[in-house]
Design a protein around this ligand. Sequence first.
Ligand SMILES: Cc1ncc(COP(=O)(O)O)c(C=O)c1O
Length: 389
Amino acid sequence: MPASAAGFRLATRLDEVGFSDIVQIRNRVMELRARGATVYQFEGGEPYRSTPDYVKEAVNSALRENKTRYAPSSGIPELRRAIADKLRDRNRIAASEENVIVVNGGMQGLFGAFQSVVNPGDDVLIFSPYWTPIKDLVAHCRGRLILVPTDEARADGFRETLNRYSTEQTRAIYFNTPANPSGVVFTRSETEEVARFAIDRDLIVVADEAYEDIVYEGEHVSIASLDGMLARTITTFTLSKSFAMTGWRIGYAVATEPWMTGLSKTTLYSSNGVSTPTQWAALAAFTTASDFLETSRVAYRERRDLLLAGLNELGLTCALPAGAFYAFPDVTSVSRDSREAAELLLSRAQVATVPGVVFGPQGEGRVRFSFSTSIETIKAGLESMRRNL
Ligand SMILES: Cc1ncc(COP(=O)(O)O)c(C=O)c1O
């Protein structure tokens, strides 16, 4: 059979789903490095530390003990129990084992969450600037993202602002705290306002708490812990950032019915669960006494303070990120166009960042620096900007 133009066409549900701009930046950095240039890399999004040894040892033990067969697609019971304990103790979410599903990282949890909630034509409210892949996850559901400027909500009040932006078609709110890229940690009273709005308008919340363990100022509040919210919230978590396990691909989601059925179906028919040895490693992450989370937080704080002081001194003014490991300074003194600013930072100072506009129009005029890197890289990158900008 000859290939026909009509037949060789990607299914339309993927039409609006894009690829990350960040990949293009990574390619540009690799190209420069291949030419022998030194590049100070601030564009990444992962912990600079290695996975703790006790987690690595646990995967070795699992392999030695032949724990290599199919597991239940929602996760091994031991891990789901340990996660439910953690959710009750640390997040104050009244979850039991049946409310927990183990997934391949935050991304699979978010994929399942939006697939479970959003119908074609539905609107999803999102505070902006926002983590870009959400646009594509919602597009895959044929939903529409409505950007709610975080600054506006903080100035005018959350309920008033959400009310102003929501429509008849609004079905859900994506709520990311601590937030990527801004480092905003929503306060308890802000979170309560969002919850009250969701209850009043009968909306579902997709909560993304990927950076829950990286908070410097204030407290991390899980929206699902607030009165009446567990039933209308799907919360996604990941071991990627907390335990420096980005490449392991493991996370979890907590939800009640009917959402758990949706998460179970999307997981079953996409990956049929998470690799069994990886789940045993994750169990060790939750059950081993260790100061890994605390020492990471201290190390990130030191890096944050160093980078922030340097950026502000350079006139790249930046609000202090209360959580996560990103700084999101104003770079309009370099260029008002954030793509051009990022290109100038790279070509003049060999400093790689992500243009703010990638994170929505509210990010224009800014670039994202990750301070999850060595102290030496931060010092050298700042010095290079001082000399070359
Ligand atoms: C806000 C946010 N949510 C979720 C994730 C998902 O991470 P993973 O799929 O590695 O768990 C990330 C990763 O960068 C993130 O920044």
